[in-house]
Design a protein around this ligand. Structure first.
Ligand code: HEC
Length: 158
């Protein structure tokens, strides 16, 4: 009693349309893997090949800086779009979710609030690992050391 092949094909198309057009779990899809951004990889050589035979003339190599992979830099790249540059919970992405999608944060997104001060570094790292409702999990994106640097930076803002 197998399904007719054309019926199966039709079912597949319907399934693809349903899956493809369905909304994600989040009210607003954001691309939070900022690591793949060119700006984040600015110490890498340019990816496009130059003109054959061309010689770089005025090229000044980017200064070797330690400003990458500081807690501040990692916070700005991964968290500030929602939590705001001062971690007050006023980032533009979260503001858009709240205003246009009527999203109500499950807990206070102000990371300088007494509640977050009280949870200390360990608690914040726990939230980075687990994620919270619309806040994605950073388990696979940040190393424990990076999470610790971010948590230390947040403590410095509190
Ligand atoms: C997509 C937006 C978004 C990003 C990106 C994001 N968060 Fe959040 N975060 C939230 C929201 C919104 C909440 C409140 C819970 C909820 O409704 O999801 C929250 C909650 C938290 C809390 C718990 C606050 C409390 O009052 O208990 C901590 C800690 C936290 N975030 C840390 C971070 C850190 C650190 C990063 C970066 C590594 C980060 N978040 C990235 C949106 C985000």
């Amino acid at each position: 009693m197998g399904m007719k092949p054309y019926l199966m094909g039709f079912a597949l198309i319907v399934a693809l349309v349903v899956v493809g057009c369905g909304q994600g779990t989040y009210p607003l899809d954001i691309f939070y893997e900022m690591h793949y951004q060119q700006t984040f990889k600015s110490h890498e050589p340019p990816r496009m090949a130059g003109v054959e035979g061309a010689v770089p003339v005025d090229w000044v190599p980017a200064p070797k800086s330690t400003s990458f992979n500081t807690g501040e830099h990692l916070f700005n790249v991964n968290c500030s779009m929602c939590h705001g540059p001062g971690a007050k919970g006023d980032g533009p992405v979260l503001a858009k979710m709240m205003k246009e999608y009527d999203y109500k944060p499950a807990v206070d997104p102000d990371l300088t609030s007494p509640g977050v001060v009280g949870m200390q570094k360990k608690g914040m790292m726990g939230f980075m690992i687990s994620g919270v409702v619309v806040m994605p999990s950073f388990k696979k994106l940040l190393t424990p050391q990076e999470m610790e640097l971010i948590a230390e930076y947040i403590v410095s803002l509190q």
